[in-house]
Design a protein around this ligand. Sequence first.
Ligand code: FAD
Length: 395
Amino acid sequence: MFTAHDKLKPSYDVVIIGGGGHGLASAYYLARDHGITNVAVLEKGYIGGGNTGRNTTIIRSNYLTPEGVKFYDKSVQLYQDLSTEFDLNLFYSTRGHFTLAHTDSAMRTMRWRAEVNKHYGIASEVVGPEEVKRQTPQIDLSCGGHAPIQGALYHAPGAVARHDAVAWGYGRGADMRGAEIHQQTAVTGIEVKGGKVVGVHTTKGFISTNKVICAVAGFTPRITDMVGFKTPIFVHPLQAMVSEPMKPWLDTILVSGSLHIYVSQSARGELVMGASLDPYEVQSTRSTLDFPEGLAAHLLDMFPFLSHSKVVRQWAGMADMTPDFAPIMGMTPVEGFYLDSGWGTWGFKATPVCGKTMAWTAVNDKPHELITGFSLDRFRNYSLTGEKGAASVGH
Ligand code: FAD
């Protein structure tokens, strides 16, 4: 699918660490928007094998902060044209996204989000239980009697897409324009002299470069250790699972913060399901038995008729969480080292806008206007971008 490159060149204008969606999109926009093609994407495994290939593909822009809403809205806009641009079907499917509220305080947060969203022109409104039932007739609105649904935040543009195809599309587009993608090539060290990046050590030798974009999600702390600074990122496993394929019955995407669950139905008919983070900090992609047990119990509260359905796969990814649930993007204390991280449970939807803004940032050596609210400095300046109300369970 990609041009084979046996060897690394001795130097590149830009080296991108991580061949997930974000790294590949950065390479794509460096080439497409800025004509920079002397670029290497270094991936220690295979492209899309990290969180890009492990996520539950929810795309939405109904966030809580103005910074978040504007940023994710741009991503949703970019997604609209990608299948045509790549000449590759991404199975982008607009479904409508309900964030269910089971308590008065959850309803308050939904109203807050709806108002912020509307202010920025995002289709987002609070609806009553009857609208949830109208669009999802199979739901038990009482949720087994112990968590009745009071209403929901409804976001009509909410969508799902095929995650692998997003990585492949960006990878192919970057490759066709001359960027090099090196799989099975791990970064093992980063050379910094006088506070500036000068090169990267890999399992296939040393490369000189003055610009490095780091897009490694759950591996971020290992890479920032190599350049000698710390971020407040902590890594927790995030698990997901799918059911056996069924005839299509669930058109919408449903999220319940109170029941710690979200669900949509894929083009293949499988129910794609997830929950909140595992509660312990560990850098591992092992999944556990208590995850499907807990998730299934809550799913049956909403859809008791699924009691005989089978789970066919479960897995985990490593989520790079931040204290305020917003990403960390842009400049760092090391000149020429640009960070695209803190993508926790919410970064798939941001793939296009991350690629575009990171490419711009590396070329211009200053943060793109859409990412100024996500700077690493905000933790030093106590000016956090509090996104937890919109980014915890609802990825
Ligand atoms: P990744 O896809 O993880 O890519 C990073 C790459 O870096 C990996 O391929 C890795 O092998 C490579 N790498 C690491 N270290 C090195 C090294 N030293 N040298 C070379 N390469 C290296 N987001 C949403 O928006 N919606 C969702 O519904 C959603 N659901 C999720 C469900 C689960 C179960 C998980 C785990 C995540 C979910 N996310 C979701 C989050 C989303 O998947 C991630 O934020 C996003 O995919 C991050 O993309 P990335 O390209 O930055 O990282």
